[in-house]
Design a protein around this ligand. Structure first.
Ligand code: NAD
Length: 262
């Protein structure tokens, strides 16, 4: 049994993870942390009392409950400190929270090496989203003109999404750097063409009703190709999170991307 602590346990993703860990026969929920502590984690997710009381201090909770893995679904401004705390105490972080900078990832990688404690980050834990990214990378070799539209619920704090940035990064690996659109194009309203990563434009939609969705649109002579993925609910991420909890201890250093575990 892998001993798991969930940070951000009261959030939308955190609650789904608490439930998924409790339901898996190879994982044991030993700890839960959130700003809103005090309640029983099992009761919180409607699975009945399990004796794991949500704590508010991560470092203390790790020392009290001795997890092997910490799953983090908190906030972009919290996740880095959580990961550092976990690694310094020899606990492997499985990070779903998006918004970590390249510098923060590099620091996490170096702490993972220093403390001989593997760490894992997935910008998206849904298998369909991983396939969307791999297929997009493949398509970009032949159709290099591409724009990304990502659509999320309106409570999301970071934009563009981690998935959109990861997709752009994967496409950047296989196509020559290029400027897209007309060389003289001008935005009449700032932001009309979206954000730009290595010439690719990324557009972020935030509306109630969405969960997590992305379209990668390729344009060529007389044709377009659209690759789209939709997470219809948060259960879509759980098989990936559960897999990462089981595999992280066997990794070396920091590993990024669910595709590396499949
Ligand atoms: P949410 O706002 O519903 O939940 C965040 C939780 O973190 C809240 O309960 C909040 O109280 C708690 N929190 C805040 N500060 C904390 C702290 N210092 N210590 C402990 N807990 C703290 O957000 P959400 O929709 O569950 O999303 C969480 C993160 O997961 C976001 O960054 C989102 O983009 C990301 N996400 C990633 C994936 C993926 O597949 N990688 C999928 C969905 C969402």
């Amino acid at each position: 049994m892998v001993r798991v602590l969930v940070s951000g346990a009261c959030g939308r993703m955190g609650q789904a993870v608490v439930k998924a860990v409790m339901e898996d026969t190879e994982l044991e929920l030993v700890g839960a942390v959130d700003l809103k502590g005090g309640m029983d984690a099992g009761e919180l997710v409607g699975m009945g009392r399990n004796g794991v009381i949500v704590a508010t201090d991560l470092s203390q909770a790790i020392q009290d409950t001795k997890p092997e893995v910490m799953v983090d679904f908190t906030r972009p401004d919290v996740v880095f400190n959580d990961a550092c705390t976990a690694l310094k105490l020899g606990v492997s972080p499985v990070i779903g929270t998006t918004g970590l900078s390249a510098e923060a990832r590099a620091e996490i990688a170096s702490l993972a090496e220093k403390h001989h404690t593997p760490a894992f980050i997935a910008p998206n834990f849904a298998i369909g989203a991983v396939l969307m990214m791999l297929m997009s990378q493949q398509a970009a070799k032949y159709m290099p003109n591409v724009e990304i539209i990502e659509l999320h619920h309106d409570q999301k704090l970071d934009a563009p999404s981690g998935t959109a940035l990861q997709t752009a990064e994967m496409i950047r690996e296989v196509r020559k750097s290029m400027k897209q659109g007309h060389p003289d194009e001008k935005e009449k309203v700032a932001g009309a063409r979206g954000a730009e990563v290595d010439g690719m434009h990324i557009h972020s939609v935030r509306l109630p009703g969405y969960v997590a969705h992305q379209e990668v649109i390729f344009g060529g002579l007389g044709q377009t190709l659209t690759i789209r993925h939709d997470s219809i609910n948060r259960e879509s991420f759980m098989p990936g999170v559960v897999l990462a909890c089981k595999k992280v201890k066997g990794l070396e250093g920091l590993v990024i991307g669910l595709d590396k575990l499949l």
